[in-house]
Design a protein. Structure first.
Ligand code: NAD
Length: 421
């Protein structure tokens, strides 16, 4: 069967991984579709007195390993297929990185740039009102994703507390530090990828001074730029949704971050210090050793994969490479550090935040970093070794590694949950 939805494509990777394992049919039956997806229409009052509505979803894909966990995305193109696919990826990611959590995802189809701060707050609170029965600190724990941030998480946590009648910080992660957020959550996704990359740099053939191109300059993109820049890598090109810039002698990361903080695109740096504009769709073909994908899905596809010049790709975004593009990159011997491993730092530190909230504790930054580093290196090594042993790509090995853990849990779980539905 030809995969035609995003979820079909993701499932194909699951079935591919299953071919390398001796697992029962029950495992694939359980993992082939989401456990539950809830849909709502969020009606909010606008500042001018009118009302508007936005479609919204929350998918709890699988909770075999623990309460489900996953971000909430505010984006004009969000669909149920995307939400379910991202929830599936979260399921595999949590298993891969060995967290006692299942996978979930949420989304609202909205262009947040058209909403004032008070409208955004009403939307965030409405989301929690509509999904309060789905989420919960022992059931399903949201977090930030594309175009949502710690401020939005704070509004959501506050709304949940009002609904259940008690302060419940562990219901949501990625909160501001002042409201029980974890130190180190802000740059955790990029830092996890950075630890993985440095640990495997020799095997990947990457040396300090290597040239880096980064697609997307939000949370994941700007932090990886900072970390790699400080480690001696040269950031030669970056893009955001408005376009891009490049400079062969290296871009000034601090200036790029300052521009974004002031609400300007990275393109505003073009024209000085040898910085030239770069059309967004040309980023993947920039001359560099490392390509970091930190924007959205399907950015490297059959139409542009052949133009990739990097020797290594770090997938900080979820599903940025289509299966067709994967084959082309593989044929070119380009190594892809796959999303469910490379961007697992975000959910790992979210998990640390949840643990701290449940303990009523707060860990020092060094402890968060040390634990994150250990996780990324250990699981990264396991995936690398599996890939070598089985002669498969790192992506296939990542799925095999995750599926091994999920299969073991599903097989010992018994059948009561099938009977209960
Ligand atoms: P963000 O909203 O902070 O940033 C998204 C960035 O992508 C923005 O700079 C935006 O301008 C840019 N962008 C949008 N369309 C683009 C295009 N066509 N070309 C280039 N850039 C474009 O989001 P984020 O949190 O950094 O998430 C980015 C990716 O990382 C997503 O796939 C997300 O699911 C994934 N991710 C994020 C986290 C996290 O903790 N934030 C964790 C795991 C995975």
């Amino acid at each position: 069967m030809v995969p035609n939805t995003m979820l079909d494509q993701a499932r194909a990777r699951l079935y591919e991984a299953a071919r390398h394992l001796n697992i029962t049919a029950d495992v694939l039956e359980k993992l082939k579709s989401p456990r539950e997806t809830t849909q709502a229409r969020l009606v909010i009052r606008m500042d001018d007195g009118s009302s508007k509505s936005y479609p919204a979803w929350r998918c709890r894909y699988d909770d075999t390993l623990g309460p489900t966990k996953g971000g909430i995305r505010f984006h004009p193109d969000v669909t149920i297929d995307e939400v379910e696919t991202l929830a599936f990826l979260m399921t595999m990611k949590c298993a891969l990185i060995n967290l006692p959590l299942g996978g979930a995802k949420g989304g609202v189809r909205v262009d947040i740039h058209n909403l004032s701060a008070t409208e955004q707050e009403r939307l965030a609170r409405r989301y929690v009102q509509c999904f309060a029965k789905v989420i919960g600190p022992n059931r399903d724990i949201p977090a930030p994703d594309v175009y949502t941030n710690s401020t939005i998480m704070a509004w959501m946590a506050d709304e949940y507390a009002a609904i259940v009648g008690e302060v419940t910080p562990a219901v949501i992660t990625g909160k501001p530090i002042a409201l029980g957020g974890s130190l180190g959550r802000e740059d955790a996704t990029a830092r996890g990828g950075y630890y993985l990359l440095l640990h495997q740099a020799q095997k990947l053939g990457l040396r300090p001074g290597a040239r880096v191109a980064i697609q997307g300059f939000g949370n994941a993109g700007k932090h990886i730029a900072q970390l790699l820049g400080a480690a001696g890598f040269k950031i030669v090109a970056v893009t955001d949704s408005k376009g891009g810039v490049q400079c062969s002698s290296g871009l000034d990361v601090d200036k790029l971050i300052a521009a974004k903080r002031q609400g300007r695109s990275v393109t505003s740096l073009a024209g000085s210090d040898g910085v030239c504009t770069l059309p967004a769709d040309e980023l993947v073909s920039v001359n560099c050793e490392l390509l970091v994908l930190a924007a959205l899905e399907d950015m490297v596809h059959a139409g542009n994969a052949a133009r990739v010049k990097a020797q290594v790709i770090l997938e900080l975004a979820n599903a940025p490479i289509t299966p067709e593009a994967d084959k082309i990159l593989n044929a070119k011997n380009i190594i892809v550090l796959p999303d469910i491993l490379a961007n697992a730092g975000g959910v790992t530190v979210s998990y640390f935040e949840w643990v701290q909230n449940r303990q009523g504790d707060s860990w020092p930054l060094e402890q968060v970093h040390a634990r994150l580093k250990t996780k990324m290196e250990q699981e990264g090594d396991a995936v690398w070794t599996l890939a070598q042993e089985k002669g498969i790509t790192l992506r296939s090995a990542a799925y095999v590694h995750a599926l091994t853990r999920l299969a073991e849990a599903i097989e010992v779980q018994g059948t009561q949950h099938f009977l209960m539905g």
